[in-house]
Ligand binder design. Structure first.
Ligand SMILES: Cc1cc2nc3c(=O)[nH]c(=O)nc-3n(C[C@H](O)[C@H](O)[C@H](O)COP(=O)(O)OP(=O)(O)OC[C@H]3O[C@@H](n4cnc5c(N)ncnc54)[C@H](O)[C@@H]3O)c2cc1C
Length: 313
């Protein structure tokens, strides 16, 4: 494959004034805009032929296998807003959709405040993959087994999306529509995740079941986010992955935990609620029965870790 660069025609003109590089690679064009407006312009103008490139750890694999053949690639890694991690004065976070797992890991505060979200993102692939892969890509790839998604759902993260019609906000769980499909409108790009400030005594955890020790796809993934006060759970959110066509927010499990001291009765009810929410597929990686059972087991274990962390905050 040969790259010829730079050229001034093609999608960069469609965007109006794309200042990033434009490359032509056989029948694929590549632009790397410096601003979100330019990215939206190029992406929207090219229609369904275009693909956003964040880390490329899903996209390039799909292109290589021939599953995806984009006419235009819009690289968002050079856009400041999408690669920034910002801690607000009140202790909330705004994480750009294209921030890599490694950049998030290296942030001095993020992992202290959101250890469960960080451990979920840092489970993605290897060190090499971590250097590129983003939570935005994990979400928009829309695999039900994406590791960061249950943790972000449990965290109550809000997704800012921008497109030709302007900006809007969605809950994380509203973004996936089914395996490989999202509810984003044509030309829309995920810009950032917002995580609210946490009260004292709040923490989170993410666990996944994989048949190997690493570099595998979750058979079940479970994110738990808790607030504890005087030994009592005052708030909870539970996200479950790889057990349904999209990642699930399991409100019944959270309800079982809230108001309890996370005693056996509450944990059993929450575990049952997780198992009841499962609508998994049966495949070589895990049967329906197995995934359904493991969902409850992971709920118990992730809850224990989140509760211990919450005590320490
Ligand atoms: C070796 C290897 C191991 C892996 N292990 C794991 C694992 O353990 N767990 C796991 O969950 N995943 C795993 N993955 C999959 C992949 O790394 C993750 O899904 C990753 O988070 C994708 O992020 P990315 O930035 O590379 O996305 P990209 O590949 O750049 O994009 C993925 C998709 O989302 C779209 N997209 C990206 N960003 C945006 C945006 N901001 N707005 C709109 N659309 C967007 C792209 O067009 C593309 O369709 C692995 C991949 C590899 C190659």
């Amino acid at each position: 494959m040969q790259w010829s660069a730079p050229r001034n025609d093609g999608p960069s003109q469609a965007a109006g004034n794309t200042t990033g590089n434009t490359f032509i690679m056989s029948d694929i064009q590549y632009v790397a805009p410096r601003t979100l407006d330019e990215a939206i312009g190029a992406y929207a103008a090219a229609g369904s032929a275009a693909r956003i490139l964040a880390g490329g750890t899903d996209l390039l694999v799909q292109m290589r296998s021939g599953a995806v053949k984009p006419g235009l690639i819009v690289d968002i890694k050079k856009i400041g807003e999408m690669t920034a991690i910002e801690e607000t004065k009140d202790g909330g976070f705004r994480v750009g959709a294209a921030v890599s797992g490694m950049a998030l890991h290296d942030h001095p505060r993020f992992g202290k405040v959101w250890p469960g979200v960080l451990e979920a993102i840092n489970l993605i692939g290897s060190k090499q993959v971590q250097g590129r892969a983003s939570a935005g890509g994990n979400l928009c790839n829309a695999s039900p087994a994406g590791d960061s998604v249950p943790a972000l759902v449990a965290a109550g993260a809000v997704v800012t999306v921008a497109g030709p019609q302007g900006r809007r906000e969605l809950k994380v769980e509203e973004v996936p529509a089914g395996p490989g499909r999202t509810n984003l409108k044509p030309g829309e790009i995920v810009v950032a995740f917002t995580l609210l400030p946490r009260p004292k005594g709040a923490s989170d955890a993410y666990l996944r079941m994989i048949p190997r020790t690493e570099m595998d796809i979750a058979v079940v993934g479970c994110g738990v986010n808790l607030t504890m006060k005087g030994g009592v759970c005052t708030d909870a959110r539970v996200g479950l992955g790889a057990v349904a066509p999209t990642v699930l927010l399991v409100e019944a499990a959270a309800k079982a935990l809230i108001g309890s001291k996370l005693d056996e009765k509450a944990l059993e009810a929450a575990a049952r609620a997780c198992s009841a929410a499962c609508r998994p597929i049966d495949d070589k990686r895990g049967t329906i029965v197995y995934r359904t059972k493991v969902a409850g087991v992971l709920l118990r274990r992730a809850t224990a870790i989140a509760a211990k962390r919450a005590q320490e905050r």
